[in-house]
Design a protein around this ligand. Structure first.
Ligand SMILES: [Zn+2]
Length: 839
């Protein structure tokens, strides 16, 4: 009884304490604060930590600070998908502000060729501080209110010296849409009597949660590929300033404590210089000191890694900067029971705030060493580059200018220089065509980044990875490429990268032909079919007017259409421009190969597509599909929630896409309903784990290989590492393809690269024509896979297509839409949809 009473008392005092908390809980108390600077409460209406700050209020406060303080300027760098501003504050002394362009120019110039020595005296260090890239890890962004206030309002010698020697690029929210989504959840479920019960609804967000951005992407995997607006804005700031330190404030499980980098020493990418980690460790001493003072537990080096350069704490490491990850145990809502007692939201905010300040203290004190580190990074990179003078990488696809453009676009964002090819040439047995290929000289500033983007790596110091182990860009784009080609093939440098515009070769009164290789052809085809215009697909190649047309060529006849000759021509002109594709006017049906009236031209119907979302579905994978259709192909798809299946009229759709999922979000009768719909002619496309219920619910007879690895001489301590080593965290594999199969239309080579992060190994069909895509004998191209898994994967298939009644089941073991940058396999899904009748 007494004990219970005591516990009650503790609860009470903590919850009360949280409701009564004010700035004194967080801020250093031995200094003065400028009363002319608005406190967070005076603008957002509550103390920091009492509620979860919404992004709108965060924006309001940052503008209020910028208005009130001569230490702060603010810029709006663009909009998220939900039209929220992507802000950046520049915080430094008023004197530095008065010559900010000079400071920036000098800072960046030190990383360029021609800066023979570095004079560090009087030169500020540049620190980029960013918060809550995962929206439901909100202590970072809420601590940002305090950090910005402190930097604007604190008085005294320390802050004066700090601001004189430091330029802070302050990014209050890395993920505005996610932060807003989560704040809504946590606030709307908060009780007056704070409830620490982990089972309270407050701590259990609805699908898909606030971690991700609008299309459910993990923004902390997009720093390198930069496919999303939030990343693009950041990358511009990064290259504009070349910060010396970049911090990334996260949260982890509720029972943890606080983590700061360095991460696991054996999992550092080998292209990252050793000194980077030494400096990270020295910076860590400052975090330890500061956390000791407030009595917070923490750890370092035991988890997380610096391998994949697409993460915020690792991307800087290949760009001469030092990336630092912070992870705070999450209260998720306002207060939660944990192994370390009651964890309050203010406590989590205070740790983040403390680490933000200790970062700045480290930066100020280590300024010279870190400036010299960056200078040396580029000096050494330049000498590595000089050794490769005259050598280059060429990439391109002579049938797909758009894919080539989008890869070049990534290089462009990262300030990697490239050139047109001077004239068509062949290297490594691949043909590179002017206008469809680019050359990247190795001898340039960002040569290390080029290596990180283009290299294939299959040997590793460690066999565990926090994220993917391979991201080789030309493979992800499925473009041809060759390394070690001569720069003599280089034409003019591309400074103003332009999308190749599409066109129709002329007006026809007979027919038009369009090859299927270009990336955006599905966008055009969908528009045509949506206007009830007739189009057909060629099941075989043909030759006409001296031009070879590949499998999958689209035929648009002129006669008997809903538009007359002129209107059709006008429309095609417009669509060809919109979709950047080439359409040829032809005047005869007689060809070498199948004639235009052949039965091997099959009529196409518009797809009516739903993608399953909600409980049981992996939100990242579903979001990638939504994003692909919505933003790339302008194709409308219905996001059909698993909870709506029972009342849905499925006859509205002819295609249902099921990203990786268990069937757990649906009842038996929902699954049965979907099965009946397939039997009546629907096409269901399933990915990854979905294949398991396709098998168990008898949608399709699929057979999987079981891999069992016996633990021999593995101690208890080694168990996790042993098991982890059997995962495929994300690697790239080679498959042979049968180009005559409609699933492969639009691919010009006989092999493709596939991304895989599952250990689902599917056995091939006994009839070879039913195995249009098949892993090669030794399929690893880049990344980590254990030997037993590699043996199992050999000669299996990533795809099976089975009939079910009048319908079809299309089963992919691998994600063809990974993180929006795997352009190379997007067409497989498009083929499954547009050519579903022909599969
Ligand atoms: Zn996180």
């Amino acid at each position: 009884m007494k004990k219970l009473f005591l516990i009650g008392l503790v609860f009470c005092s903590i919850t009360q304490a949280q409701n009564e908390i004010d700035l004194s809980y967080y801020l250093p108390q031995n200094i003065n604060y400028d009363p002319n600077i608005p406190t967070p409460k005076s603008v957002i209406g509550h103390e920091v930590g009492k509620w979860h700050v919404t992004h709108d209020k965060l924006v309001q406060y940052m503008y209020a600070l910028a208005n009130a303080s001569d230490r702060i300027t603010i810029e709006d760098r663009g909009k998220t998908f939900e039209d929220r501003p992507i802000l950046l504050l520049t915080i430094t002394s008023p004197q530095n502000h008065s010559q900010i362009d000079n400071i920036r120019n000098a800072h960046v110039a030190a990383t360029n060729a021609g800066s023979s020595s570095l004079n560090v005296s009087g030169r500020p260090i540049v620190v980029y501080q960013g918060f809550s890239i995962h929206g439901n890890e909100p202590s970072g962004a809420n601590a940002g209110l305090l950090a910005a206030y402190y930097l604007a309002a604190a008085q005294g010698d320390y802050i004066t010296e700090l601001l004189n020697t430091t330029v802070i690029l302050f990014d209050p929210s890395f993920n505005p849409d996610g932060l807003q989504r989560f704040a809504y959840w946590a606030n709307s479920n908060k009780s007056i009597n704070l409830n620490a019960d982990p089972l309270d609804r407050e701590y259990s967000e609805v699908w898909p949660g606030g971690r991700t951005n609008h299309y459910w992407f993990d923004l902390n995997r997009d720093w390198l590929a930069a496919q999303l607006p939030e990343s693009r804005a950041r990358i511009v700031s990064f290259h504009k300033w070349m910060p010396n330190i970049l911090t990334d404030h996260h949260e982890m499980g509720t029972n943890a404590t606080f983590f700061f980098q360095p991460g696991i020493p054996s999992r550092i990418h080998p292209l990252t210089p050793k000194i980077n980690q030494e400096l990270t460790r020295r910076i860590g001493d400052y975090h330890a000191d500061a956390l000791n003072k407030i009595g917070s537990l923490y750890y370092t080096e035991e988890s997380y890694d610096d391998f994949y350069y697409g993460k915020g704490s690792t991307f800087p490491d290949i760009n001469g900067s030092i990336g630092i990850l912070f992870e705070q145990a999450s209260s998720r809502g306002h207060i939660q029971e944990s192994d370390n007692g009651i964890l309050t939201f203010p406590f989590t905010i205070r740790n983040q705030f403390t680490a933000a300040l200790s970062t700045l203290r480290a930066a100020k004190n280590m300024r010279e060493d870190i400036l010299i580190y960056q200078y040396d990074f580029y000096k050494n990179a330049r000498s590595e580059a000089a050794r490769e003078n005259g050598k280059a990488i060429v990439f391109g696809d002579e049938k797909d200018a758009a894919k080539t453009y989008h890869l070049a676009e990534i290089l462009h964002r990262h300030h990697i220089k490239f050139h047109e090819v001077k004239q068509d040439f062949t290297a490594n047995g691949k043909h590179f065509k002017k206008g469809y290929a680019y050359i990247v000289p190795k001898n340039q500033k960002n040569t290390r980044l080029i290596n990180a983007m283009f290299e294939k790596r299959t040997r590793f110091q460690d066999s565990l990875f926090y994220d993917i182990s391979a991201w080789t860009f030309p493979l992800a784009f499925n473009v041809d490429y060759a390394e070690g080609v001569s720069t003599n093939n280089a034409g003019v440098e591309v400074t103003d990268l332009q999308f190749k515009s599409g066109a129709v070769s002329g007006k026809s009164n007979y027919a038009y032909l369009m090859e299927w290789h270009e990336y955006y052809t599905p966008r055009l085809l969908n528009k045509l079919l949506g206007k009830s215009l007739r189009a057909k697909v060629a099941m075989k190649p043909l030759r006409l007017n001296g031009k070879q047309y590949d499998y999958g060529t689209i035929l648009i006849p002129v006669q008997n259409q809903r538009l007359n000759e002129n209107d059709l021509y006008e429309l095609l002109n417009q669509l060809a421009k919109d979709s950047h594709v080439q359409i040829d006017a032809v005047s005869t049906g007689l060809t070498q190969g199948i004639d235009l009236g052949s039965r091997l031209f099959r009529a196409l119907k518009q797809p009516k597509i739903a993608v399953l979302v909600g409980k049981g579905v992996r939100s990242y994978d579903a979001g990638e599909i939504w994003h692909l259709f919505d933003t790339r192909y302008n194709i409308k798809i219905t996001k059909l929630d698993t909870k709506s299946v029972d009342r849905a009229d499925l006859s509205r759709y002819n295609t249902l896409i099921v990203a990786s999922s268990s069937a757990s979000g649906m009842s038996e009768s929902d699954v049965k309903k979907i099965k009946e719909w397939v039997k009546n002619g629907g096409t269901i496309v399933g990915y990854r784990n979905t294949l398991k219920w396709f098998k168990s619910k008898e949608f399709a007879k699929l057979e999987f290989k079981k891999v069992e690895v016996e633990a021999k001489d593995v101690s208890f301590e080694q168990k996790d590492d042993f098991e982890g080593a059997q995962d495929i965290g994300g690697a790239i594999f080679e498959a042979d393809i049968d180009r005559s199969h409609p699933i492969n239309f639009g691919y010009k080579n006989n092999q493709i690269a596939l991304f895989r992060n599952t250990t689902i190994f599917m056995k091939p069909d006994s009839s070879s024509y039913n195995n249009p895509i098949r892993y090669t004998k030794n399929p690893i191209l880049s990344g980590y896979i254990s030997k037993p898994n590699l043996d199992s994967l050999s000669l299996t298939v990533p795809l099976q297509i089975k009939k079910l009644g009048k319908g079809k089941v299309v089963a992919f073991t691998d994600n063809t839409n990974f993180r929006a940058f795997w352009y190379g396999t997007n067409k497989l899904l498009m083929n499954a949809i547009f050519f579903r009748e022909e599969l």
